[in-house]
Design a protein around this ligand. Structure first.
Ligand code: TEU
Ligand code: CA
Length: 554
């Protein structure tokens, strides 16, 4: 192992908390910072190294905090800056690092900058945003993710202009062409680093450079706006500047949310010699099995396991020499891991979620583990649109309705991939509302909380929760699982994911059965000689049981 390439953030397991849904301390139905403070010992008990919190800053919550109105203040519902300081100190006391979410592709329309900018065309803040003067005609089509009409231009009467918003109308895009705006962003980043946080996850950072002067979209991008948005001409210049001005001065970690990154271009963001960011996460896996990505419709055939394996193989290969990868199977934008990639039936929920945990913690790359997945929490699968709180689901529903599209199909797809599936309140115990709140929860609690909850799983040595803890310990004790090179086997096998990890004189074989039937893999090693080290069954007899995960030493 090359010591100079060792980094704390490469060895880390990052535990992502969606603060709105973790623990409510004051009965208003919304999770908050004091709730997280109450549960610090639980987080510590997991053995994770880093916590990433989704945005906690002042926000009118059009998109649950991804619309920020003051980057230096805490959201009213979440608490105060004093609560934040206590939370950070409590984490550091326990040896846990804290990463926050930097949302600077856009702000809230209620941010003072935008309030000023929209007043007049010569306002000093005008150039903090992107405008299109109405006398120049209708602006060329740009797609918005969360707009009811999918239109990223919104007319604003006071200055007879349109402003750009890739996301909701309440999330105007910031103008990075303006050096003053960039300076403001670096000052914000500095402010939080000087408070002592340990890094940033950067929201849609691939979109910050826009294609001025907004000509018509080149034909080759039709139907693929995400790719186009991620190829802005100045994106690397901006990231290098941010690195020079602020990131390089601290011992912190950075991870790009990287829609539009590919194995061909990702090293431009994360290769050490580029001096931009440490890591990025791609969307190839989460995009699997869609028949229409923009409308979030799933194809009836489901997702293809061979494609799934190929995506992990090729992303692993991409970082074999340079840069560093990330692995995740769910987050606040995606459904529950066990519902999407495992099997959440009563029979297989526990065993398959342990298999997926084994997978995440044996792949090469920093692990991003989404809160609740350690319990095997599942999709809630709402039947009624009224149950959803997510702006993406609500506005896509309106869009499809206005086009006369198939709403039943949309609702079925949302049961599989709707973002609220991963946002339901954390399940602490079997008391009312799963012990999340004494009030009315902001989003319904999954009815399976009576059996799927921390209290019950603490008592069961074989629960997914205790398995997660043991797996983290096992990984920490075996650096081969962190730094070892990977090799993949039997890639055409429709049931089993098989790979080795190798470092110095240690070699582990990992076998994962992704199906509910027995399976074998053709790996070319003498398995009778291999030593069974770890897994979700007591032993390994040469054939994999349903959803069996086995780690063997060769
Ligand atoms: O997500 C961006 C995002 O996931 C998508 O819009 C993505 O670009 C697309 O699906 C690619 O197929 C981030 C946050 O994670 C999300 O919660 C926010 O709603 C969004 O940005 C806006 O800030
Ligand atoms: Ca609260």
């Amino acid at each position: 192992m090359n010591e100079s390439q060792r980094k704390w953030w490469k060895e880390a397991v990052v535990y992502q908390i969606y603060p709105r849904s973790f623990k409510d301390s004051n009965g208003d139905g919304i999770g908050d910072l004091r709730g997280i403070i109450e549960k610090l010992d639980y987080i510590k008990s997991l053995g994770v190294d880093v916590v990433w919190l989704n945005p906690i800053f002042a926000s009118p919550n059009d998109d649950n905090g991804y619309d920020i109105s003051d980057y230096r203040a805490i959201m009213d519902e979440f608490g105060t800056i004093a609560d934040f300081d206590e939370l950070l100190a409590g984490m550091h006391e326990r040896g846990i690092k804290l990463v926050l979410d930097l949302v600077v592709n856009h702000s809230s329309d209620e941010h003072r900058w935008f309030q000023e900018a929209r007043k007049s065309r010569d306002n000093p803040y005008r150039d903090y945003y992107h405008w299109w003067a109405a006398e120049d005609g209708t602006p060329p089509k740009r797609w918005s993710f969360f707009d009811e009409e999918a239109n990223a231009w919104r007319y604003d009467a006071p200055t007879d202009s349109y402003y750009l918003h890739y996301f909701s109308v309440k999330q105007p895009d910031l103008n990075w062409e303006n050096p003053k705006l960039r300076e403001e962003v670096y000052e914000i980043v500095k402010f939080w680093f000087d408070k002592g946080i340990d890094g940033f996850r950067m929201d849609v950072i691939t979109f910050i450079s826009k294609d001025l002067p907004f000509k018509d979209l080149p034909a080759k991008y039709n139907g693929n706006f995400v790719q186009y948005y991620a190829e802005g001409p100045r994106r690397h210049e901006y990231l290098q500047e941010m690195n020079r001005e602020v990131l390089s001065k601290y011992d912190i970690m950075t991870v790009a949310e990287g829609p539009g990154t590919t194995v061909e271009n990702v090293l431009d963001y994360v290769s050490e010699d580029r001096h931009e960011l440490n890591m990025s996460y791609h969307f190839d896996i989460s995009n699997l099995g869609h028949k229409d990505l923009a409308k979030k419709l799933m194809s009836p055939e489901g997702w293809d396991f061979l494609e799934f394996k190929e995506i992990f193989r090729k992303w692993d290969a991409c970082f074999a020499e340079k840069g560093w990868g990330t692995v995740y199977l769910g987050n606040h934008d995606f459904p529950r891991m066990v519902s999407r990639w495992g099997n959440d039936s009563e029979e297989f929920r526990e065993i398959s979620s342990k298999m997926l945990t084994t997978f995440l913690l044996t792949m090469r790359g920093t692990v991003y583990y989404y809160f609740g997945d350690e319990l095997g929490m599942t999709n809630i699968r709402f039947d009624k649109i009224e149950d959803y709180r997510d702006i993406m689901t609500i506005n896509l529903h309106k869009l499809i309705a206005s086009e006369g599209g198939d709403l039943d199909e949309f609702m079925e797809s949302q049961k599989l991939i709707g973002r609220d599936n991963g946002r339901t309140p954390f399940q602490w115990n079997d008391s009312e509302n799963a012990g999340f709140t004494s009030g009315a929860p902001w989003l319904k609690v999954n009815p399976n909380y009576q059996t799927v909850n921390v209290a019950a799983e603490e008592k069961n040595e074989n629960s997914p929760l205790n398995y997660f803890r043991k797996m983290i310990r096992f990984r920490r004790e075996n650096p081969v699982l962190i730094y070892g090179k990977s090799e993949f086997f039997d890639l055409q096998n429709k049931r089993v994911f098989a790979y080795t990890r190798e470092l110095d004189d240690k070699k582990f074989l990992i076998l994962l059965n992704f199906t509910d039937r027995a399976a074998t893999a053709n790996v070319g090693f003498d398995l009778a000689e291999a030593r069974y080290l770890f897994g979700n069954y007591d032993n390994f007899d040469g054939a994999l049981k349903p959803y069996q995960a086995a780690i063997l030493e060769l």
